[in-house]
Design a binder for this molecule. Sequence first.
Ligand SMILES: CCCCCCCCCCCC(=O)SCCNC(=O)CCNC(=O)[C@H](O)C(C)(C)COP(=O)(O)OP(=O)(O)OC[C@H]1O[C@@H](n2cnc3c(N)ncnc32)[C@H](O)[C@@H]1OP(=O)(O)O
Length: 216
Amino acid sequence: MSEKPELVPGETRKLEVLTAIPKNEGVDSAVAATRRVISALLHAGDRTSAEMGAVAAQLNAIADHLDEHNGPVDDRLVDMWSGEGVTRHDPITGAENAIAPPLHLAGREDGSIGGVVTLGLPYQGPPGHVHGGVSAMLLDHVLGVSNAWAGTSGMTARLTLNYHRPTPLFQELEITGRQMKVEGRKIWTEGVISVDGEPCVSAEGLFINKQVPRPR
Ligand SMILES: CCCCCCCCCCCC(=O)SCCNC(=O)CCNC(=O)[C@H](O)C(C)(C)COP(=O)(O)OP(=O)(O)OC[C@H]1O[C@@H](n2cnc3c(N)ncnc32)[C@H](O)[C@@H]1OP(=O)(O)O
């Protein structure tokens, strides 16, 4: 992940994609297929007429095949962190991560960032609505990327969530974030998840300017 230099007064940035663009080949295409499987399994449940024993055998065969060709996890960690720019593996935006919805984010000239995402059954909490922990995960990440976009990043020290109304599944959610203030090592950042312009969840984060070293 590259850090952007601080904006000087009067400087603006063009809109910029801040998340990995999924490819229709390689691991990205397999991950996209896996997301379909996760969703379809949850949709199926135990009342399905599908033969789940056969499904489990097929999926285990795929996992065995991948395990046979995978190297040590330490090497993979180095590989994950070797590039500059956006991450491809995180659980919110990662094109290589099947648990990521995935959310796509872009930086805006006014210093904020934003993106849209529609969440399905794997992210359900209350009936037909998004799990509160999932909203917190999305907002933590969006606040973190907002800091990267603003040029001063840190680790989450405190995240305060306000849940204003239930967040619906199967509807387009807009998620925005903005760095508000930096004082010494302390960074204050805010974000919101909205539907049809109405806020569902808002977040205030305190981040501390500290970086965990990359694996080498
Ligand atoms: C483009 C793509 C990019 C891609 C960008 C990808 C973005 C990913 C974003 C994900 C963000 C995460 O999930 S990060 C992972 C989740 N977070 C963590 O695991 C953090 C775990 N906690 C820690 O490591 C530590 O506690 C830190 C780093 C937060 C702080 O430790 P430290 O560095 O030793 O600092 P410390 O001296 O304790 O505190 C410094 C000052 O902050 C205050 N402070 C510290 N913690 C708190 C707190 N919880 N609430 C209030 N105040 C606090 C202290 O009182 C002190 O104030 P004063 O005395 O100076 O006034």
